[in-house]
Write a protein that binds this ligand. Sequence first.
Ligand code: KMH
Ligand code: ZN
Length: 293
Amino acid sequence: MSADPSGRPAAPGLAAPAGPVTMITVAPTGAELAKADVPALPVTLDELVTTAKECQQAGAAIIHVHIRDANAQPTLDLGRLKETVHALREATDLIVQLSTGGAVTDPFERRLAVLDAAPDGCSLTCGTVNFGDDVFMNPWPFMCELYVRTQELGVVPEFELFDMGHVAALHRLLDNHGTPFGGHVHCDLVMGVPGGMPGDAATLVQAVAALPDGSTWSATGVGRTALPVMLAAVAAGGNLRVGMEDTVTFSRGRPVRGNAELVERAASLAALAQRPAMAPDQARAMLGVPDRH
Ligand code: KMH
Ligand code: ZN
């Protein structure tokens, strides 16, 4: 287990920082982009593992995983998911969080079955949302079934909130079904999706104020909202999610070269704010994720 928040082994005599730290999640692939359009997107298992190692080195503590098939198309194939969880655990200390959102075309049964790959954690989106020209479906009965399965199977959920209504649905879920496996509520604000809440500082502050007491949160802004949301999240004391699932432009006119540079930028900002990147074992302790290495 790495002792330094950057993921690098600590130099002899140097302890991990005692003050507040920032958890960085990397979402390297997603389900929406085509490899042909974005050659740097990690789509094979080898590419994913290489990216994961680089991102841990740069300061990530969690990896949010979507996988692709042999044709680089999004898939929820259970065998591939199991192989992916195993490979990421072998190669890194990162918390392995599988997406249960998948692609907008994935049926509910396949999305529920993701948990059978026994990841450390999973995403759990708290409501349906317009998603560009598509609809990302998360009706209440599906949310409840997925949540109860996480409790039964010992998978730590991260509540994905694309809209203010999702925050209300999260309260309802916790009221109806109790605390998550791991005993801690952690939310991720996914902002700036066309159809969801806007990616700006005012909306972030409003959403954070409405979260359940005692919860922790991270935030990500898709596309050109990536920087404003990251800056607002750092200012508001939150955690960060970055990665090519959410943005493939590093700066005006300059494509992202790889996920690690997005993690490096986030870690630099966190360090500037005097809340440096958290090591995976610190994130496990915060979220209640057992170490399955
Ligand atoms: N690909 C989106 C439709 C999640 O991972 O849980 C859903 C998504 C959320 O990415
Ligand atoms: Zn995702």
